[in-house]
Write a protein that binds this ligand. Structure first.
Ligand code: ZN
Length: 252
């Protein structure tokens, strides 16, 4: 019989798993607060209804479960066969009856959790490939899922905000985003200042002469950095406030 507790004993990984599970529970709560007809309403993501967001989170769990099966068996199973198939799957999922859509979310989350729970300690280091083609150890899937469930709970647009997301998740996500900008060189002349953390956190183009400085609390900066609005952040250059906050560079 399968064990009822995590096979890994790595405290850091167990902590990450807790963050992913809490995020899943948070998404479930926001989803369950929505009536069936609310699901037809728009999400914060352009062109996507709440149905699309829910379908995406469900299929994302299945895709990540495939990576865990890969790590467990050594048999290569990609997250998605192709980007087209991924998008098609989400569009199809969005048309499911509400009960089926809710089951998709619930069952896929339980399945992924079982895959994680039963993955032997040493298999967490086995290498798998993300949808973007990055080769990562299986333990990275926990973070991949964590950022999906927390940010897309906000996208359901029924009350969740970035301020609901735990600080360690926000901080890691901001690091992900700013390093994606740095890798692509899209952050030239741009700096980000997080004002509500001790010590203050400054990221972005460190060598810029007169950088555009975006500042605000961590939650506001994340909201801006993920392209979800400019509330709670201000922009300045050489000490002078800018009238409008520029859009953040793309990161995904
Ligand atoms: Zn997503």
């Amino acid at each position: 019989m399968a064990a009822r507790h995590d096979q890994t004993t790595d405290p850091q990984l167990l902590d990450s798993l807790l963050q992913a599970r809490r995020g899943t529970a948070f998404f479930a709560r926001k989803l369950n607060e929505l009536s069936d007809s609310d699901l037809d309403g728009p999400s914060l993501l352009p062109g996507w209804t709440r149905r699309h967001v829910t379908a995406h989170i469900g299929y994302n769990a299945r895709a990540i479960a495939r990576l865990i099966e890969w790590a467990a068996t050594g048999v290569e199973t990609p997250m998605y066969a192709s980007t087209e198939i991924r998008d098609h799957e989400i569009n199809f999922g969005a048309t499911l009856p509400p009960i089926a859509l809710r089951h998709l979310f619930d069952h896929s989350a339980v399945h992924l959790n079982v895959e994680w729970r039963d993955l032997p300690e040493e298999a967490w280091h086995h290498l798998v490939k993300t949808a973007q083609g990055r080769t990562v150890p299986a333990e990275e899937t926990v973070w991949m899922r964590t950022r999906e469930v927390w940010t897309h709970a906000v996208d359901l647009d029924n009350g969740a905000t970035f301020a609901d997301i735990p600080v360690p998740v926000l901080a890691r996500l901001l690091k992900d985003i700013t390093s994606a900008w740095a890798t692509r060189g899209t952050d030239t002349g741009l700096q980000v200042l997080v004002t509500d953390q001790q010590p203050e956190l400054k990221l972005g183009d460190a060598g810029a002469d007169a950088p555009v400085l975006i500042s605000g609390p961590l939650a506001g900066v994340l909201r801006w950095a993920t392209g979800r609005g400019t509330d709670g952040v201000t922009a300045s250059q050489s000490g002078a406030a800018l009238g409008a906050v520029p859009a953040a560079p793309k990161w995904i």
